[in-house]
Design a protein around this ligand. Structure first.
Ligand SMILES: [Zn+2]
Length: 329
């Protein structure tokens, strides 16, 4: 992962990005426990993707889930930031100024006004859009109907599910490189808005493994429906097991039909930004589907109630022309 500039992020960022061992019995990064926890290798969930934290850990031991463990604390990467817009110090406006244990900004990219930040407000898809340029091609999106989830983590600011990209990888090819879903996580309400509309829930599927981008994030918007979303239903009770900033294993070989989550119409907006949460690392290519998918009101409420608002406000668009729209094919 040559592109991934570790020194830029500093130890703090790395710790966050690599996600400090998500699963319980391997919680200590020193790995003193013997349970077979393997960071998913190159394909890796690992490394990148601080869009959420990202190390995918495979609990070979399987266990039956339900093993919460406190997340390790890294003074170089203060994890006390929040999504409260009324908090000038630790809320979104303050992220860029949060100091690490060396009294240096821990997340300088969050406050860098020369960088395109994420999320952004998309205008109407009905507008006339410039064509051409390099685009994310939804025809190259290949998600598995049996993705293997290895664990979840409640970071206190969002909630991650890690995918073992070595098994039934869910991939996207972008600019000639293959990226695989390493993790996905949720925001409530949605971070991106479309034509002024904010949805109650948004999920980001963070694909990693290429060199040109830290990651490719495919976002889906949820709208309320009467029935539970069956994919979310497989995961949602994990909230109750680990209600605070904790990690929990999923039962071994929990499979998720990610493909079924996709809307029939893959029209989407795209742009280059950074992680929507500290360390706000660049560069993440976003592709946000404009057709919402469905989850029950109860599912949405459960996530929102558990973590509160988990969205960064929309950010200024530095170059309107860099935002593109791709109609369905
Ligand atoms: Zn996200």
């Amino acid at each position: 992962m040559k592109f991934f500039n570790l020194t830029l992020l500093g130890a703090a960022g790395v710790a966050l990005l690599t996600g400090a061992a998500a699963c319980s019995d391997s919680d200590t990064e020193t790995g003193t426990t013997t349970t077979a926890t393997t960071t998913s290798g190159a394909g890796g969930a690992g490394g990148a993707a601080g869009v959420g934290g990202a190390t995918s850990t495979s609990s070979a031991g399987g266990a039956g889930g339900g093993q919460c463990a406190p997340l390790p604390v890294d003074p170089a990467a203060p994890n006390n930031w929040n999504h409260n817009t009324g908090d000038p110090l630790l809320g979104p406006e303050g992220w860029g100024s949060i100091k690490n244990d060396k009294d240096m900004p821990a997340y300088p990219q969050c406050g860098d006004t020369m960088l395109q930040q994420a999320p952004i407000a998309f205008p109407s898809p009905a507008m006339p859009w410039a064509t051409g340029g390099v685009k994310f091609d939804s025809m190259n999106l290949s998600w598995s109907n049996a993705a293997v989830a290895t664990g979840t983590k409640n970071s206190g600011q969002t909630w991650y599910t890690y995918i073992d990209s070595t098994k039934s990888a869910s991939t996207v090819k972008y600019m000639g490189e293959d990226y695989s879903v390493a993790q996905f996580h949720f925001h409530a309400p949605s971070e991106h808005t479309i034509d002024g509309k904010q949805y109650p829930l948004e999920v980001h599927f963070v694909h990693t493994g290429g060199n040109k981008f830290l990651g490719v994030a495919v976002g889906l918007m949820f709208e309320e429906a009467a029935n539970d979303n069956p994919v979310l239903a497989k995961l949602w009770d994990k909230f109750s097991e680990c209600p605070t900033a904790d990690a929990v294993d999923l039962p071994a070989n929990t499979t998720l039909d990610l493909k079924s989550l996709l809307p029939a119409d893959l029209a989407h907006f795209e742009y280059d930004g950074g992680l929507t949460a500290p360390p706000c690392s660049h560069t993440v290519h976003f592709a946000i589907m404009t057709t919402p998918v469905k989850a029950s009101a109860a599912q949405i409420k459960k996530f929102a109630d558990a973590l509160g608002p988990t969205n960064r406000p929309t950010q200024k668009v530095l170059d309107q022309m860099s935002v593109t729209y791709e109609a369905n094919k």
